[in-house]
Write a protein that binds this ligand. Sequence first.
Ligand code: FES
Ligand code: FES
Length: 237
Amino acid sequence: RLTGSKLGCGEGGCGACTVMLSRYDRTKDRIEHYSVNACLTPVCAVHGMAVTTVEGIGSTKTRLHPVQERIAKAHGSQCGFCTPGIVMSMYALLRSNPRPAMFDLENTFQGNLCRCTGYRPILEGYRSFTTTDTQLSGCCVATETGGKCCMQASEDAQQTDADDELGLQTPNSCENGCDGPRTNVGSAVNKCDTDVAEGQANPRKQPDARLFSMSDFKPYDPTQEPIFPAELQLSDD
Ligand code: FES
Ligand code: FES
């Protein structure tokens, strides 16, 4: 029994039942992928098409698909009831467009509701698939040319943003992040009176504001997706 796709409303509003349909379009000679609401799609309407549910793209028993892994590690799943539908909307988008823009991402979730997360961690996690962040374009090509990998660059940017937010980059803060009185301002190492011995945790140091790190994510390789069933492509029906 495939119970990953959920019933949230039965009327096409919540997207908890989202699955992907794939069909071979003979007039355009290409395979097309769509996300659909399983609660409203009659089985007799999917003749000749391949249905992919959330169980069909990965599992903790084998290997999670990057779409599943990233929503989990980015804290985009709380109660988890909407998660299979959101995963399948994102998966169908990636199958049609492996490098979407952030705009495409927001559009693709128009039919998915989540009552727990406030949506932000879902979009932040899936931003890692997009080209909207210019640091992400040219992924892994950069390392071959001697530059930084997109993942690394993006992480650096996140750290800088987090530091700015916490005030760690202000000229008055010391290297440990505190802003107490300093005895050696202007010296090569900017230490303050509250600096602790090397190797000891500074109790005043601010916590890391990042909820996840890009390096936690496995890379996405579109060439490793399941193939379209050959019999559906060859059949005349
Ligand atoms: S169950 Fe809500 S859209 Fe299908
Ligand atoms: S995680 Fe609970 S509804 Fe989305």
